[in-house]
Design a protein around this ligand. Structure first.
Ligand code: NAP
Length: 254
């Protein structure tokens, strides 16, 4: 039996879904690396919470739209891991970092599309590609998509399309990385009460009640509804789940 403590890297682990995911993964007994873009204090707090759970954790700054910085980031992470665990490798990569765009199809600009492409598709593609030499065989990649890749709510044409792209990419990853026993899966949350999009699912009463009304379980989602599902995919019990999309939305727009 492999008794070495496994390590997961969660992008955008400073807040929202990524933070909850990092904590749930730590509760499953893995050590965790998180990244943040601006929120160093929040990221340090997550590290403290994970450490309090008895697991090792560290936070690194990373802009996932900046592919040119990925090599340096990976060097820093692998150096840290080598020094602290004796191996430069991780087991699971959770591509979670992301920003919102609510913009009608007719008004969306090229700049807005490029921004969505960079964060939701290109960054996921190249961070995964560049991390793979630093991942142990038998591990996994979990890409965070969205219910908006399955159903259409006006204003999310670009965002939803990029998430659809990442879902297709995930199936290719699963197929091409199978030889290394690396799984690739999608977790697609419904609308979740976080800071995302200015916190509108959480703070805008009209939006929140619209979501509750189209959700079978009758409310908007919380970070706590998502993290445990991603964490499960970082365990051996989920080792035969591969190339799948798991929607975690309480049954939105069924
Ligand atoms: P959030 O609360 O706004 O947190 C976003 C996280 O991503 C933060 O940790 C942030 O870092 C990081 N981040 C943002 N831009 C980044 C960049 N350019 N480079 C690196 N990190 C960056 O959002 P969330 O709701 O947790 O969303 C997380 C993921 O779930 C996203 O992929 C989103 O598309 C997806 N999702 C969200 C919902 C929802 O309703 N909330 C629904 C479906 C899918 P800082 O803290 O440093 O800014």
């Amino acid at each position: 039996m492999d008794t070495k403590t496994k390590i997961a890297l969660v992008t955008g682990g400073s807040r929202g879904i990524g933070k909850n995911t990092a904590l749930k993964i730590a509760q499953k007994g893995l050590d965790v690396i998180i990244t943040y873009k601006n929120s160093k204090e929040e990221a340090d707090q997550v590290v403290n919470e994970i450490t309090a759970l008895g697991r090792k954790a560290a936070a690194f700054q990373l802009d996932t739209t900046s592919v040119k910085n990925f090599d340096e980031f990976i060097q820093n992470v692998s150096k840290h891991l080598q020094e602290n665990t004796g191996s430069a490798h991780i087991d699971y990569l959770v591509n979670n970092a992301g920003t919102a765009l609510y913009s009608p199809f007719m008004q969306t600009t090229e700049e807005q599309m490029d921004e969505m492409f960079n964060i939701h598709y290109k960054g996921v593609f190249f961070l995964s590609q560049k991390m793979l030499p630093f991942m142990n065989d038998g591990g996994g990649i979990i890409n965070i998509s969205s219910g908006l890749a399955r159903f259409a709510i006006p204003g999310s044409s670009v965002y939803g399309s990029m998430k659809s792209g990442v879902e297709t990419l995930t199936r290719y990853m699963a197929k091409e990385l199978g030889a290394r026993r690396i799984k690739a899966n999608v977790v697609a949350p419904g609308a979740i009460e976080t800071d995302f999009g200015g916190g509108r699912t959480r703070d805008d009463k009209e939006v929140n009640s619209f979501i509750s009304n189209v959700t079978a379980l009758g409310r908007a989602g919380l970070p706590d509804d998502i993290g445990g599902v991603v964490a499960f995919l970082c365990t051996d019990d989920a080792g035969w789940i591969n190339g799948q999309r798991i929607e975690v939305s309480g049954g939105m727009n069924l």
